[in-house]
Design a protein around this ligand. Structure first.
Ligand code: 6GU
Length: 231
């Protein structure tokens, strides 16, 4: 069996924004180890006019520029000539709100395109004819889809098998079983009189697992009761 590999192509008019986050520890290692390939595409390079513009005024008037069809379509067409894509995702505040269930579903895909919106958004015809999924990272507005695309990419890459050192650590994340993660402790056993719960020092695996589960349930009841009522 071959190792799972994910390729993410990101289309943006602000490619510089991706320099920092994509070269950071886990993501960088995932790329170096060959689990993930990320390519950033500057929309400007796909513009056909002499000023390299990628946006224009909205038909019907009103404030805000709209990303034009042509540069986006040219970029997508070139990518599709090279490989088949599982999803073409538009990052937009009116998309489906990202949660761990969506992350899990997308993490098994091989080739994804993330299109970052900007200004007032993209020409609606791109959404209608080319986009297969629209995702938001929460009910607040960012100045562009770039930060959201990084959030989505990070959440997916860490789920690709082999990316995390201890593969089970993604399984114990908050939300993986609709529960928040339990509290964790490390040395020292006591600090300023603040003690680590006795059970964690007992070495009794079954008791520890039971305690962690109880803590998860309790924490979820207290902080996110909505998670318990869903599904
Ligand atoms: Cl995906 N884009 C923008 N511009 N704002 C957002 C978002 C996306 N998700 C939440 N807010």
């Amino acid at each position: 069996m071959s190792i799972q590999h994910m390729r993410i192509d990101i289309i943006t008019c602000l490619p510089e924004l991706f320099d920092g986050p994509m070269n950071q520890s886990i993501l960088k290692r995932a790329v170096q180890k060959g689990h993930v390939e990320i390519e950033i595409h500057n929309l400007r390079n796909y513009s056909t006019n002499k000023h390299k513009t990628v946006d224009d005024y909205a038909y019907g008037g009103g404030a805000g520029m709209v990303l034009m069809i042509e540069p986006i379509d040219r970029c997508i067409t070139q990518l599709k000539e090279k490989r088949k894509y599982d999803e073409l995702i538009y990052m937009t505040p009116d998309g489906a709100r990202l949660d761990q269930r969506i992350c899990n579903q997308l993490s098994v895909k091989q080739n994804l395109i993330l299109l970052c919106g900007h200004y007032k958004g993209v020409d609606e015809r791109i959404r209608k004819h080319l986009i297969t999924k629209e995702i938001s990272i929460g009910d607040y507005v960012l100045s562009g889809g770039e930060l959201a695309a990084m959030v989505l990419a990070d959440s997916l890459i860490r789920l690709v098998p082999g990316v995390l050192n201890d593969e089970t650590s993604a399984l114990t994340d908050s939300f993986q079983d609709d529960l928040l993660a339990p509290p964790v402790y490390t040395r020292p056993e006591e600090y300023k009189g603040w003690k680590v719960p006795e059970v964690l020092l007992s070495g009794h695996e079954e008791k520890i697992n039971n305690w962690r589960h109880e803590q998860s349930v309790e924490r979820t009841k207290q902080r996110r009761p909505d998670l318990l009522n869903d599904g």
